[in-house]
Design a protein around this ligand. Structure first.
Ligand SMILES: Cc1cc2nc3c(=O)[nH]c(=O)nc-3n(C[C@H](O)[C@H](O)[C@H](O)COP(=O)(O)OP(=O)(O)OC[C@H]3O[C@@H](n4cnc5c(N)ncnc54)[C@H](O)[C@@H]3O)c2cc1C
Ligand code: FES
Length: 302
C-alpha cells in the first residue's frame, strides 16, 4: 500500500511505497531533503509530523529522544508512513542539473592521509567519464543495496580520476571494508553526481568555507576549481582537523592566479597553509570556527 505525503511549507506531494522511508521516496522523486547518516543518528533529516502517522520498523532512531518524538519530531530517513501524512521539513532547492548515472569504477590507487583517513582514486570506464560540479558527491553502491555517500575531492577540469577522502567510522561497515579489505584494482559501483553543495561561480561575494576533518574534501575540489577558473573573490577557509592530517594539504590547490585562501584551524589562526600543523583536538569545530569568523576580517562574508 502506498501513501501520499505532503511537505510543508512547499506543498510538494510524494508517493511513498510499501516499506519505503519518506526520505527515500523524496529523493526518488527529485525532492531534496537534507540528510547525512541515513541511519537515524545525526538528525539532519528531521521534520515535524503535522497530521497522519508514521512507524519506525527498526525502532525509534537512536538520535531521537522520546520528548522530541512526543512533540511530533520525525527522522525521515527512518520513518515510514502508516497513513497519508503532512510533514513540515526544510527542502533544498534543486540547482545542479547533471543527471546522476550508475557506473562501475576501478580503485586505481589507495593512499593513507592520516591514521584514520584514506584517499581513494577511482576510474570510471573511459567512455563514461563522470561529469560533476565542484563540491558534489557520489554514492558507493554496496552489493546488498545499501549506499554510502562520499564527496568528490577533485575539480571537474581534472576528472580522469575521482578522488575520495574516506574517514574510518568506528564499527562502520563500508569504511571498515576500505581500511581492512579493499585493494587497488578492485571494482566498485557508484552513482553520481549528487547533491546541491557546489561552488556558485556567478556570485560576486567573498567565499567562506568551513569544514571539520574529511569535510574538507568537497572544499578542496571547490578551491581547485576556483583557482583553475582564476576566481579572484576572497576565499576564507576554516578547517578543523586532528593531528597527522596535514598531508592532505600536500596536493592541495596550487595558489595560482594571485588568490590564496585565508586558512586556519580553530587553535592556530591565522597562518597560511600548508604550514599549519594539525593542532585541534577531536570533537566539534563549529563553535571555535564561528568564534573566529565573528572576530576576523571574513565576518564581512556573512
Ligand atoms: C553527502 C555526503 C557526503 C559525505 N562525504 C564524506 C567524505 O567525503 N568523507 C567521509 O569520510 N565521509 C563522508 N560522508 C560520511 C560517510 O557517508 C559515512 O561516514 C559512511 O557512510 C559511513 O559508512 P559505514 O558503512 O562505514 O558506516 P555504517 O556501518 O553505516 O555506520 C556505523 C555507525 O556510524 C554511524 N554513522 C555513519 N555515518 C554517519 C554520519 N555521516 N554521521 C553520523 N553518524 C554516522 C551509523 O549510524 C552507525 O552507528 C558523507 C556523507 C554524506 C551524506
Ligand atoms: S539522515 Fe541522519 S538521522 Fe536521518
Amino acid at each position: 500500500m502506498s501513501y501520499t505525503v505532503t511537505l510543508q511549507p512547499s506543498g510538494h506531494t510524494l508517493t511513498v511505497g510499501e516499506g519505503e522511508t519518506v526520505l527515500d521516496a523524496a529523493l526518488r522523486q527529485g525532492i531534496v531533503i537534507p540528510y547525512s547518516c541515513r541511519g537515524g543518528n545525526c538528525g539532519s533529516c528531521a521534520g515535524k509530523v503535522l497530521s497522519g502517522s508514521i512507524d519506525y520498523p527498526r525502532g525509534r532512531p537512536a538520535g531521537l529522544n522520546a520528548a522530541d518524538e512526543a512533540a511530533g519530531q520525525a527522522f525521515l530517513c527512518q520513518a515510514q508512513p502508516t497513513s497519508d501524512l503532512t510533514v513540515a521539513v526544510r527542502e533544498l532547492k534543486a540547482g545542479a542539473d547533471i543527471p546522476p548515472r550508475k557506473l562501475p569504477c576501478r580503485v586505481v590507487k589507495i593512499e593513507n592521509l592520516a591514521h584514520d583517513v584514506r584517499r581513494l582514486y577511482l576510474k570510471t570506464p573511459a567512455t563514461h567519464r563522470l561529469q560533476f560540479l565542484a563540491g558534489q558527491y557520489i554514492d558507493i553502491l554496496l552489493k546488498d543495496g545499501r549506499r554510502r555517500g562520499f564527496s568528490i575531492a577533485n575539480a571537474p577540469h581534472d576528472d580522469e580520476l575521482l578522488e575520495l577522502h574516506i574517514r574510518l567510522v568506528e564499527g562502520g561497515h563500508f569504511t571498515g571494508f576500505v581500511f581492512n579489505e579493499l585493494k587497488e584494482q578492485a571494482l566498485l559501483r557508484l552513482e553520481g553526481p549528487l547533491g546541491q553543495f557546489y561552488l556558485r561561480e556567478d556570485s560576486p561575494r567573498p567565499i567562506l568555507m568551513m569544514a571539520g576533518g574529511t569535510g574538507f574534501a568537497p572544499l578542496k575540489g571547490m578551491l581547485e576549481h576556483a583557482f583553475h577558473l582564476g576566481i579572484e573573490r576572497p576565499i576564507h577557509l576554516f578547517w578543523g582537523y586532528g593531528l597527522g592530517a596535514t598531508c592532505i594539504w600536500t596536493n592541495c590547490p596550487k595558489h595560482g592566479h594571485g588568490n590564496t585562501p585565508t586558512s586556519t584551524t580553530p587553535r592556530s589562526c591565522p597562518s597560511p597553509p600548508p604550514t599549519i600543523p594539525g593542532t585541534a583536538s577531536r570533537g566539534s569545530y563549529t563553535k571555535p570556527c564561528c568564534e573566529r569568523i565573528r572576530t576576523s576580517a571574513c565576518s564581512t562574508c556573512i
